[in-house]
Design a binder for this molecule. Structure first.
Ligand code: 13P
Ligand code: SF4
Length: 343
């Protein structure tokens, strides 16, 4: 399968400690001057996370974007996240420090593809559930958005509201879809249809990474993001009794942080299967726990396109504005608001 990919990003050189300190002061002063709030995703480089007002997962950031009192939101994440913030807060100026920061998962389904998929079921109208990692055009054709932290709850809610045999189209992440399907016992139901898109970073964390990590750290806990290419395998290990159920946690990035906070003082090792930027928040939250990446190459180049110099420039110049056509935004808002309200 050939998945469309975002343009190849350029990696910025590392900053010295003095540069980070000077840039952080500039960024904070500009944020105050522009009455701006800085939101950063858990996968951002550490210095951008440290300069932000709020660091979180996709759901937490959407909630902040909807509630925040500020004229400007500087969104340190990827484009669909800034677009979601703009849809939720149309009267605020939403800026992204690099407009080219894309997402391979959002690129794996277009509005045309989604509408052709829906048309295959006509005259029936399945409920369309899309991960928040999608464009505004795709969201405008969607009934419910989800993030990794509430996908199971949202699908459960739909089945309760519309009945257990309701046909559902779930996309674009096939690994998250497989996880939801398994959690809710929908395999073989014939009603839960999954798109075959994926995030190239998470799909690259393979079962062989987990096998190698288990051998190196036999007593470690596993924190697995449900977008990972190893998630199905890990569920199978658990089902076969090869890994103890209590040591395996399928979590969004926000859920991983909650794990860290609950395990302060416990020591030990936790193997983390997600983008490596997550290690920064985990290690700060529980310094005595040894957090190890399941795959050290799992770095999202699009997330890493956001740097402190670019954040400073966008706050200074009010550049990189993300705007969504008001008619499209109106249609895309309902599924996002449903996502924010559930879970
Ligand atoms: P969450 O922060 O919702 O877990 O999302 C992970 C992700 O890949 C965002 O692009
Ligand atoms: Fe998209 Fe994957 Fe990067 Fe998240 S980690 S922004 S899903 S490409």
């Amino acid at each position: 399968m050939n998945l469309p990919m975002a343009p190849s990003p350029t990696v910025s050189p590392a900053l010295t400690a003095d540069e980070i300190s000077a840039l952080t002061s500039e960024v904070r002063a500009l944020a105050a001057q522009q009455n701006a709030v800085i939101l950063a995703h858990n996968y951002q480089v550490p210095e951008v996370q440290d300069a932000a007002d709020y660091v979180g997962d996709s759901l937490g950031l959407s909630r902040r974007a909807a509630d925040v009192e500020a004229d400007v939101i500087a969104f340190c994440g990827v484009h669909f996240m800034a677009e979601t913030a703009s849809i939720l807060s149309p009267h605020k100026r939403v800026l992204i420090p690099d407009l080219d920061a894309g997402c391979s998962l959002a690129d794996s389904i277009t509005a045309e593809q989604l509408s052709a998929w829906q048309a295959r079921f006509a005259p029936a109208r399945p409920v369309t559930v899309m991960y928040v990692n999608t464009t505004a055009e795709v969201k405008a054709l969607t009934d419910y958005c989800v993030t990794s932290s509430n996908a199971v709850k949202v699908v459960e809610h739909i089945l309760e509201e519309h009945g257990p045999d309701t046909p559902i189209l779930f996309g674009p992440d096939m690994w998250l879809g497989a996880y939801v399907q398994k959690e809710l016992g929908l395999q073989g139901s014939g009603t839960f249809h999954i798109w075959d898109g994926e995030c190239h970073v998470h799909a690259g964390i393979r079962p062989s990474d987990i096998t190698a990590m288990r051998a190196d750290h036999p007593d470690a806990d596993f924190l697995i993001h449900p977008e990972c290419g190893c998630s199905t395998q890990v569920m199978e290990y658990v089902a076969a009794g090869d890994i103890a159920t209590e040591g395996v946690h399928m979590l969004s990035t926000g859920g991983m942080l909650d794990y860290a906070k609950e395990h302060v003082g416990h020591g030990g090792t936790a193997i983390m299967a997600t983008e490596t930027g997550m290690l920064h928040q985990l290690r700060m939250a529980a310094p005595d726990v040894d957090f190890v990446a399941a795959n050290e190459r799992a770095s999202c180049k699009y997330m890493k396109m956001i740097t402190l110099p670019k954040l400073r420039d966008c706050l200074r110049d009010l550049s990189g504005e993300v705007k969504v056509d008001p008619v499209l935004a109106e249609r895309a808002r309902l599924p996002i608001e449903r996502m924010v309200a559930i879970g």
